[in-house]
Design a protein around this ligand. Structure first.
Ligand code: HEC
Ligand code: CU
Length: 326
């Protein structure tokens, strides 16, 4: 009964993960489709072998003597214990390498490039802007649908790993090295990813989203990112002034203002992001205000210093200012 319940629960969980946006079994790109196919083949093969082993076990325990003798013969052990696994694993390895050949070495010229640097505990993102200037962003990556994008992966500190399961396999970001991977989203959507290599306290809260949008929308978005945000309106003037006066600009940049820090995420379009602090919590003004005062309360281990000196009114004004940056 217990076994049955565990089985039902396990299958239920598996199906649940398949429905969610962050799932290797819900591919939205060629590369992810190959990973999913390989996963299903492995899963099916393992299930068949497991069933055969259980039947053999049953016979070994309670089967007729003739079969038990055959099962414990040296020839059977050589065949099923050595030859069969060796051949099966070798064939699987060959098949896996063949299936992933384009992932390992892609000779194609990329249509578009995005640089992503893993930092404790967020993602620095750089696009090639329309005017040739790099455009800085963070934590949310936008790409056009149907375009193969080259991801140039680096690390600023320790080893991280870039993994957006619905779009492709994972690839480590290693200090001192540049790794490349090519991903293509076949349909518009939002695909969640996660740092897949333990990198410190807030590792579990180091997630990201890839937003795949139609090419014209993407072009318009990138063109807007290339130009400074509109000057702070009257409603958020006080927040903008407080932002500068509090020293946020030492670590954060907002294009078109004196804030040009490069230690933390670029905030030029903070208000346009769906999530805050590497997909940790939804990007609302309440969460912004809470995060500024005590980052570790929302994201334990975050390297952003707390700003408890700000009054409730001040933090709200800064939050409103950040939310207006789009
Ligand atoms: C010493 C450097 C430093 C200073 C000063 C600093 N920050 Fe940060 N900030 C960071 C780092 C590092 C992160 C990334 C935290 C993480 O996600 O783990 C961050 C993250 C953020 C984020 C989330 C960004 C995102 O992409 O979701 C916001 C918003 C933010 N800071 C606002 C502020 C404000 C407002 C101030 C001034 C009151 C400030 N920061 C001062 C280093 C700093
Ligand atoms: Cu990480």
């Amino acid at each position: 009964m217990k076994v049955l319940r565990a089985l039902v629960l396990g299958t239920g969980l598996l199906m649940l993960t398949a429905c969610q946006r962050q799932s290797a079994l819900a591919p939205a790109g060629e590369e992810a489709a190959r990973v999913a196919l390989l996963s299903w083949i492995l899963f099916a093969g393992a299930a068949v072998i497991f069933a055969v082993v259980l039947v053999a076990l049953g016979f070994a325990i309670a089967g007729p003597e003739r079969i038990r003798r055959w099962l414990r013969a040296e020839a059977a052990i050589r065949l099923w214990g050595i030859a069969f696994p060796a051949v099966t694993l070798a064939v699987l390895l060959g098949y896996g390498l063949w299936l992933m050949r384009e992932t390992v070495a892609n000779p194609r010229q990329p249509e578009m490039r995005v640089e992503v640097t893993g930092e404790q505990f967020w993602w620095r993102v750089t696009y090639d802007g329309p005017a040739g200037k790099p455009v800085a962003e963070a934590n949310e990556i936008r790409i056009p649908v149907g375009v193969e994008v080259e991801f140039v992966l680096r690390s600023a500190d320790v080893i991280h790993s870039f993994w957006v399961p619905s779009l492709g396999g994972k690839l480590d970001m290693i200090p001192g090295r540049t790794n490349r991977m090519w991903l293509k989203a076949e349909r518009p959507g939002i695909y969640r990813g996660q740092c897949a290599e333990y990198c410190g306290t807030a590792h579990a809260q180091m997630a990201l989203e890839i937003v795949a949008m139609p090419q014209p929308e993407f072009d318009a978005w990138l063109a807007a990112a290339d130009s400074p945000p509109a000057p702070a309106g009257e409603a958020v003037e006080r927040g903008a002034a407080l932002f500068l006066a509090s020293g946020c600009g030492a670590c954060h940049a907002v294009r078109g203002t004196p804030a040009a820090g490069a230690i933390g995420p670029d905030l030029s379009r903070m208000g346009g992001r769906r999530f805050l602090a590497a997909a940790t919590v939804p990007n609302t003004t309440e969460n912004l205000a809470r995060f500024i005062v005590e980052p570790a309360a929302l994201k334990p281990g975050s390297l952003m210093p707390p700003f408890a000196i700000l009054s409730g009114e001040e933090r709200q004004a800064i939050a409103n200012y950040l939310a207006s940056l789009k």
